[in-house]
Design a protein around this ligand. Structure first.
Ligand SMILES: [Zn+2]
Length: 463
């Protein structure tokens, strides 16, 4: 009998907790959708400030703006964390053309981030198409010397995760130049990382590693339509020439900041949960999806907690990281300082996959913690959030990884993300208000659950 009473009591407790969680999630989603702030913040970040490449005056403006907005929320602490960042500028608009028997055909190109400029007057040379870095070895120096290498492996269209398709192609962009120069290439042109055929060239980071500055060759992205046209032209005439001019410049590192704010935990202030996105963006658009969306959603997590009257037990911190795109200095700095201070981070969540309809999260954690997360899945069902999988989290929070922490990334629908990624059409009008707000509410809900229940390891320690 006693056992039965205990059992009834326990299941009543669990039922009560579930009910409280359902209510809290409902309140979070309703507040985000009817009284949200994320879209207005994004409007300012995108339309009043614009593209925010590390080291630029816009990046500095974004630091000041988000700090001031966090201060308005009445958090317990808001501060800037100093970090040195690289500074690279595109300069004047690039020009690219295919040289045919009947004249020049202009094609849309842009410099890849970190590329050197072309010599004055530009580069004009025969161009040779490859499907990837491996092809260089087969062709050898004989066929490549003195030419421009054209990397034209498209993103794989039958992969449902477009991030997977991106991962399968991006080596051409990052390492294409440093590999091609070993064979005497004079430049590289890389097909844009975009599944759609259109006229937008997509930039993104590339690296020369330890190649001396004098030996570096310029690297450009070409729009997908441009790549198709160039490939057709090469089929007609393998001796086709390509020309391009770029005016970019690398400067010495400059001082910048991560922006941080927190609500101090009422019971376990030393246990830290962070939520974040990256404040810097590429310069071609205004960085609304990448990663203005993640920035404002992360700020909104703390605001929604306050708005719904939830007082966290643990410390909830928003971190707006600087320099994800071309250096990851902000993410590294944050982890370095946290380690030095001996701070204990139990959960980190990043939103850096666009402001599209949220589907769920991917988790980088122990099986025990993943089991706990799966037990929360039913709470998200009314919001059509169903994707809870093991996988990567976010670039900025990656440096915090240890065997204790749970890392997670918000996973929105990814089908349209690469239409905009790192291109001039990554703009405010491409973000849907409700989709953005649903993402913020979804993040807040997961942070709430981790705050309330902690991670599995901790619970064991506490008994
Ligand atoms: Zn990003």
């Amino acid at each position: 009998m006693k056992k039965l009473i205990i059992l009834v009591y326990l299941s009543a407790c669990i039922g009560f907790a579930q009910n409280a969680d359902e209510k809290q999630l409902k309140s979070v989603y309703s507040t985000s959708l009817t009284n949200g702030q994320s879209y207005a913040w994004l409007d300012h970040l995108s339309n009043e400030i614009g593209g925010r490449l590390s080291g630029s005056s816009n990046a500095a403006k974004a630091v000041q703006y988000t700090k001031a907005e966090l201060e308005k929320l009445g958090l317990d602490k808001v501060w800037l964390q100093e970090v040195m960042v690289p500074k690279w500028e595109r300069g004047d608009a690039e020009e690219g053309y295919i040289l045919t028997n009947s004249g020049k055909i202009e094609v849309p190109i842009c410099a890849l981030g970190g590329s050197v400029a072309t010599k004055s007057g530009g580069v004009e040379a025969e161009i040779i198409e490859v499907k990837g870095i491996d092809d260089l070895k087969n062709l050898g120096k004989d066929k490549i010397q003195g030419k421009i290498v054209f990397y034209n492996r498209p993103m794989q269209a039958d992969l449902i995760s477009t991030f997977e398709a991106y991962g399968g192609c991006v080596d051409q962009r990052y390492a294409g130049a440093k590999e091609a120069l070993k064979y005497g290439a004079v430049g590289v042109v890389v097909r844009s990382m975009n599944l759609r055929l259109d006229d937008y060239p997509h930039t993104g980071s590339m690296g020369y590693e330890d190649v001396a500055v004098a030996d570096r060759i310029p690297a450009a992205a070409i729009s997908t339509n441009g790549a198709e046209l160039l490939s057709k032209q090469l089929q007609k005439n393998p001796k086709t020439k390509f020309g391009f001019s770029m005016f970019c410049k690398q400067y010495a590192d400059v001082k910048s900041h991560n922006v941080i704010g927190e609500i101090t935990g009422s019971e376990f202030p030393n246990e830290i949960i962070i939520v974040g996105g990256h404040l810097d963006s590429w310069d071609l658009g205004d960085g609304s999806h990448d990663d203005g969306a993640g920035v404002v959603q992360s700020m909104e997590v703390l605001r929604l907690m306050k708005q719904t009257g939830y007082k966290p037990k643990r410390t909830i911190r928003v971190v707006l990281f600087m320099n994800e795109e071309n250096g990851l200095r902000g993410g590294r700095k944050y982890a370095e300082v946290a380690k030095k201070k001996g701070e204990k981070h139990i959960f980190a969540l990043e939103s850096d996959a666009g402001g599209f309809t949220p589907r769920g999260f991917s988790f980088d954690c122990s099986p025990e913690n993943f089991a706990q997360v799966e037990s929360w899945k039913a709470l998200f069902k009314p919001y059509l959030i169903h994707y809870f999988e093991k996988g990567g989290s976010g670039a900025d929070i990656g440096p915090l990884k240890d065997d204790q922490i749970v890392l997670a990334g918000l996973r929105p629908d990814s089908q349209r993300y690469f239409d905009h990624h790192h291109a001039s059409n990554d703009t405010f009008d491409a973000v849907n208000k409700r989709e953005l707000e649903l993402g913020a509410a979804t993040m807040t809900s997961l942070v709430y659950l981790f705050d309330k229940y902690g991670t599995v390891k901790e619970k064991k320690i506490k008994g």
